[in-house]
Design a protein around this ligand. Sequence first.
Ligand code: FAD
Length: 406
Amino acid sequence: MERYEVLIVGGGHAGAQCAIALRQNGFAGTLAIVGEEPEFPYERPPLSKDYLAGEKPFERMLLRQPAFWSERNVEMLRGRPIVSVDPAAKVVTDADGNPLTYGSLVWATGGSPRRLTCGGADLRGVHAIRTRADVDQLRTELAAAARIVVIGGGYIGLEAAAVLSKLGKQVVILEAQNRVLARVAGEALSYFYESEHRAHGVEIRTRCAVECLEGEGRVQAVRLAGGERIAADLVIVGIGIEPAVTPLIAAGATGGNGVRVDAECRTSLAHIFAIGDCALHENRYAGGAAIRLESVQNANDQANVVAKLLTGQDAHYDAVPWFWSNQYDLKLQTVGISAGHDAAILRGDPDGRAFSTVYLKQGKVIALDCVNMVRDYVQGRRLVVEGLSPDPAALADPAVPLKELT
Ligand code: FAD
């Protein structure tokens, strides 16, 4: 039976970084990453950006070259989904029934795209963007597609829409809420991105309920509640993810929307950690609420915490959340979590396409969204980390550098 002192399940950002950090921290024991995908670990953000655009070769998305893993004695067990966990015996089993035993288990499985539950969801031509395989398949169908409907106005849907409209496609975004990015950003940012997309010829429809997808074998249209039919040669569904935690929950781990972890990324099961998109953790930047963060930052920082703990060091997760999104020539950088803000201050002029929004709660800065404003992003971090309460008039004045307000 294969036995590893540390076994990492999932070879995405979190799993790969955990293995890298373990070796960097001097861990010399047996170590493997067992993952569902056939590839070596790769960056996921380009999937909706330059890889979708055909501007970045896959090789440049690899987090490390294949030789890196063998040189550091990290066994890469690719194409092997884990389907069950026995925490008492410290054994996991893959889909072919092969058992692997572990000393410590790091669960880093991310999530799978949430699927539509309506009729027609399984038609050909309906795509998600989560893996390289998803995007490779999507790209093979692009040439024959003129009209593309994107269901979901979150970051991934908007990024894909930007790429596809640049490729000359007619793109329609359908968003269920009253604005795009409603879950993650304030109104000003949502409206700014809506107008940018419209200026690039993308049609944005908000408050849209999808009734079903129509077509004979292959999708031809999206039907909305109310009966309207929107023609589509291809549909992209970007409505979030379901954390991939079923085997862990079945094994008794506490959780639901993700697997619950403490500040050391420990699950309720002995010797089992969880990190990355699937880890439901209390986050002080969300006012102590239990949340999952879907970002490279969170994946890397939680991975580093576990690597330290497994090499006998003290560590706990308390990193400030940050994220980025590229659409057209707009680079958005966010720091903190804006949900729950009670005031939003605009710095600069959105018409000038370089501005920031500072989010406050009870006078304290809790987050910033910075569009083409790297300086605000860099200097504003401290405001968020320390929860400072600068003068609102100074915050609103882009001539006042944020570092002067810390
Ligand atoms: P993943 O990277 O998803 O890796 C999980 C791995 O585990 C996968 O390979 C999966 O196949 C595997 N797995 C799942 N179940 C099992 C199982 N049972 N057994 C074995 N293996 C399993 N973040 C940003 O910060 N900025 C961005 O601009 C950005 N853009 C993004 C664009 C796209 C299109 C996507 C999909 C994500 C983007 N993200 C971005 C989010 C970021 O990529 C994720 O937060 C990050 O990948 C999370 O890392 P993870 O290791 O937790 O999960």
